[in-house]
Design a protein around this ligand. Structure first.
Ligand code: TRP
Length: 352
């Protein structure tokens, strides 16, 4: 029977927020319910070092935070098809990464649009020096599109059979990485013989979520995030302080709803479509105040977070280590087979 494997991951750099929820976790939860799919959810602690290598200690708590967030939203590693995997503990994966880097081209990586974007974000504001960010960025960071392909292919069905699938549910910004991972697999298969099932991206309904301040991306470092673990008082404060239409000076002035972050969130999280339509109409006509729209949003987000908080309380006192160990072991067994197949095809063996 053909195999269906799903792998996806997150960097372990801190607590998760609503952006992670609608960009990724919602889709992951749907996928884990397909009993026909073996799901690997990767805690990318090595990739976390691409930005935190000089102070890895600050990440020590992050793995636990992320696992707890995953459990709280309803990912369930007690299901037989669901595995939580700690990236650093599959040492064979690092081998895959090195071997894949031998067939990756330097310029391909430099052309990667996501990487280029991330490099640009690291430019010092006002710096005229082109490529300034490359002075400070680590080689590991530059290699991460290849390293991420190693993450994916460590669970590639081995040996591959027709009809096997390797699916990667991600946010839109990760799609170029997956196209590249496909390229690498196809290149390897053509050059050395078939080892990999080339991966395919699955992109969720909601892409990237704007921040509470209207900036393009919700992010901890920008201070515009609502965390999944925020308490009621914090959520209220953050929602009531959200940016709206900057040109609207009073509630009787017609307002903009397309880019307005409060409405973006209503559309993303409010299951009451009629309410969203009604508020939108009144807002556009200048017939509702920001406070009322925000109060409604606060309730919606509270309804979303309440069951998440309840589950968190249950898991907080539990030993979560066993879940991670069990899943990591499953990935390691698979990765050993993939690495052996690669080494075999690349003539990496004791001479006869
Ligand atoms: N780079 C991804 C992110 O920042 C995280 C990640 C690491 C990942 N390894 C992966 C995603 C493998 C998909 C597949 O979100």
């Amino acid at each position: 029977m053909s195999k269906r494997v799903v792998l996806t991951g997150m960097r372990t750099t801190g607590k998760l927020h609503l952006g992670h929820y609608c960009g990724a976790l919602q889709l992951w939860k749907e996928v884990q319910d397909y009993e026909t799919h073996d799901c690997f959810f990767l805690l990318a602690d090595v990739q976390a070092l691409t930005t935190h290598a000089s102070d890895p200690k600050v990440l020590a708590q992050s793995i636990k935070d992320v696992v707890l967030d995953w459990l709280s939203v309803g990912l369930d590693p007690t299901l037989p098809n669901v595995h939580f995997v700690l990236q650093s503990q599959v040492v064979e994966r690092h081998g895959l990464s090195v071997l894949l880097s031998m067939i990756a081209k330097y310029n391909e990586v430099l052309r990667n649009p996501t990487l280029k974007d991330e490099l640009k974000q690291r430019e010092k504001p006002g710096s005229k020096k082109l490529n300034h960010s490359r002075d400070s960025v680590s080689l590991g960071f530059m290699c991460y599109p290849v390293d991420q392909a190693a993450d994916i292919y460590m669970v590639s069905p081995t040996p591959p059979a027709n009809g096997d699938e390797l699916l990667v549910p991600v946010g839109e910004d990760q799609v170029p990485h997956l196209e590249y991972a496909r390229t690498l697999a196809t290149r390897f298969n053509t050059k050395y013989g078939r080892v990999f099932v080339p991966c395919r991206a699955m992109v969720g309904r909601v892409g990237r979520l704007v921040g509470t301040d209207g900036q393009a991306k919700m992010s901890k470092s920008l201070g515009n995030a609502i965390d999944l673990s925020d308490d009621t008082a914090t959520v209220r404060k953050k929602v009531m302080g959200m940016f709206t239409d900057p040109n609207r000076t009073s509630s009787t002035v017609p307002g903009e709803t397309e880019k307005n972050p409060v409405f973006v969130y209503h559309r993303a999280f409010n299951p009451n479509v009629a309410q969203v339509a009604e508020l939108t109409e009144r807002y556009q006509k200048g017939k509702v105040g920001d406070v009322e729209v925000k109060a409604a949003l606060f309730k919606v987000i509270e309804d979303l977070l309440a069951p998440i908080r309840e589950r968190r309380a249950k898991f907080e006192s539990q030993d979560i280590r066993e879940y991670v160990e069990a899943g990591t072991n499953v990935a390691r067994e698979s990765c050993k087979e993939v690495l052996a197949a690669m080494m075999d095809k690349m003539y990496l063996a004791y001479p006869k």
